[in-house]
Design a protein around this ligand. Sequence first.
Ligand code: GDP
Length: 298
Amino acid sequence: MFATLSDRLADTFKNLRGKGRLSEADIDATAREIRIALLEADVALPVVKEFVGAVKERARGEEVSGALNPAQQIVKIVNEELVEILGGETRRLRFAKNPPTVIMLAGLQGAGKTTLAAKLALWLKEQGSSPMLVAADLQRPNAVNQLQVNGERAGVTVFAPEPGNGVGDPVAVAKAGVAEARRTLHDVVIVDTAGRLGVDAEMMQQASDIRDAVEPDETLFVVDAMIGQDAVNTARAFLDGVGYDGVVLTKLDGDARGGAALSIRSVTGKPVMFASAGEKLTDFDVFHPDRMASRILD
Ligand code: GDP
C-alpha cells in the first residue's frame, strides 16, 4: 500500500542526511520532490499545494532543536502534516443515546458496500454490540442474497425484503428493518442501500429518501480507494446529493498510490472513519490517521 509514495519520500529524506543546516535551496528542492511524490500518488492538486506550502513554511521557521538533525526535522514535519491531511484525530463511531444506532451506507455500485456492511457488523459484534443488517439494496439482483450470505458468515441477523415487507420499495424495507431492530432489541442497525455504476440523480434521490425515512445517526459514504481521483469526485457528488458524516475507504489492499486516502478528507471536510483492505470479513479496521502516516513514512 502506498509503496511509491513511501519510496519517493524516503529518497527525498535520504538526500538531506548529513546536512548540518538546511539552506533555502535545500528546502525548495525538498518541497519540489515532495510535490512530485504527492502528484505521482494521485493526490488532488489543491491538497498537494496546501501540503507543500505548510511543509515549506514550517521547515523555514522551525527552531533548530538539539535533539533532531535537519533531515529528522523534515521527517517530523512531513509526518505531522500527513496526519493532518489524513484527518488528525481518529473519528470514532457515535452511538445513539436511545438505541438502536442507525448506520446508513451509501456509495456507487461495486464500491464494496455490501461486503463492508457485514465487516462492520462483525466488528461491532466483537465490540459487544448486537447489530442487525438491513438489505435495502434492491437494485443489484444479487445484493440481498449476498448480504444474507455475508451476514450468516458474520453471525449477524439480516433483515431482507419478503412479501409484506415492502418488496421492491427500498424506503419501506429500510423503515421496516429499523423498526424490526428496535422491536428485537438490536442496538445497532446497518442499512445497505443501492448504488449505480456512476453518479446518478435517481440513486441520490433514493438514498436521500431512505435517509429521511430512517434518520441515520451516522451516514457513511463507502468508496473504492483504487479509483483515485474519481473517488474524490464521487465523494464530492455524494456530499452534495445525499450528505454523510464519514467515509469508508475500501480496497486499500489494491491501492498502490494512495491518492484517494490522502485527498478525501481535505476535499470533503469529512473524516475517513474505517478502512477495508481485503475480501475477508476481518480485513477491516478503524482508520487511524497517525498510524497511516507512520506506515507511509516507514
Ligand atoms: P457493492 O456493490 O457496493 O455492494 O459492492 P460489493 O460489496 O458487492 O463489492 C464489490 C466487489 O469488491 C466484490 O467482489 C467484493 O468482494 C470486492 N471487495 C469489497 N471490499 C474489498 C476490499 O477491501 N478489497 C478487495 N480486494 N476487494 C473488495
